[in-house]
Write a protein that binds this ligand. Structure first.
Ligand code: ASN
Length: 308
């Protein structure tokens, strides 16, 4: 059950205090960077009839209100696409709930409730949001190095500023060269962040756009931190053509009815777009050089643990 003494020790700890100070600079710097780039911040959606299917997260967080069934947001992917009707460049600090398997309890990377900085750009190609991600990351590192010198010293963290463009490797190439756990191997061996691009269709969700010239390959990407810190960000170009969306949903074995409000909108025409989401707690973890994700936010919820 809930251990109050352990929680109080954590809430009073120097490590948490400093990590949250760094995180606060991350939030400010992200907003400043994106505002300068012409983005509008939108407010998060917590419950909705539609959310990211993320088929590996088997438990659906559901809430019933007035007889309507809502799901707790796993990601705002569809809301981001729809928000582009209102503004061409949007971002959101979006709380997500994903009921991870209990085996991930000690991964150091998984929280069942986390926040991602999620953004989407109307008419953008993947290359554009890759450059944007690199510049955002560099802007954050510069701000943290400048404003959190003492905090970084406390963690014994020397933060390098990576040069843009970051290296890229395709999923297939990485798998062929380094085997099935290539992400972990590459993350441990690389000196700076790098991109994994072109994921195979089978292992991603239906909304990442398939490359017309390379069937089965998606125009998407992950950013991975070096030093074994693992995945930072996921994103890509989006499927926006109604018939293609229906086909991709059915290919995943999902009933079209599960997405009917989204499909009604897509039938009338979505914008082409690209975007990504970067986890704030994992970013804080990397910047601080911490191995435990629970030191990167208040009220952290580890898989399988009871928490405030
Ligand atoms: N935010 C991610 C994206 O924009 C989706 C996710 O979190 N699953 O692609």
């Amino acid at each position: 059950m809930f251990d109050v003494d352990k929680a109080l020790d954590l809430w009073r700890s120097e490590a948490l205090r400093r990590a949250l100070r760094i995180q606060s600079v991350v939030l400010d710097a992200s907003r400043e960077f994106l505002r300068r780039q012409g983005f509008i911040e939108i407010l998060p959606v917590i419950i909705s009839p539609i959310t990211d299917p993320l088929t590996d997260h088997r438990v659906r967080g559901e809430v019933e209100c007035y007889g309507f069934k809502y799901q707790i947001t796993k990601s705002m992917i569809f809301h981001k696409q729809i928000a582009l009707f209102t503004h061409p460049r949007i971002f959101c600090f979006s709380p997500n709930v994903r009921i991870e398997s209990i085996e991930r309890r000690n991964s150091g990377k998984h929280l069942i409730e986390f926040v991602q900085l999620d953004l989407e750009v109307r008419e953008a190609k993947r290359s554009e949001v890759i450059s944007l991600g690199e510049e955002l990351f560099r802007f954050i590192v510069i701000a943290v190095r400048e404003k959190c010198r003492e905090d970084l010293e406390f963690f014994g963290r020397k933060l390098d500023l990576p040069e843009s463009p970051f290296p890229q490797i395709s999923y297939r190439e990485a798998e062929a060269k380094f085997g099935p756990d290539f992400e972990e191997k590459l993350s441990c061996s690389q000196k700076g962040p790098f991109w994994i691009i072109d994921f195979p269709m089978e292992i991603r969700e239906f909304y990442d756009r398939e490359d017309e010239n390379r069937p089965g390959i998606l125009i998407d990407m992950d950013l991975v931190y070096p030093e074994g810190f693992g995945e930072a960000l996921s994103g890509g170009e989006r499927e926006y053509i109604f018939q293609r969306i229906c086909y991709r949903i059915q290919q995943k074995g999902i009933q079209l009815e599960a997405f009917s409000p989204y499909l009604e909108i897509a039938r009338r025409g979505l914008f082409p777009s690209a975007g990504f989401g970067i986890g704030i707690e994992r970013l804080t973890r990397y910047l601080c050089g911490l191995r435990q994700i629970e030191l990167t936010r208040l009220f952290a919820k580890l898989p399988g643990e009871f928490s405030l």
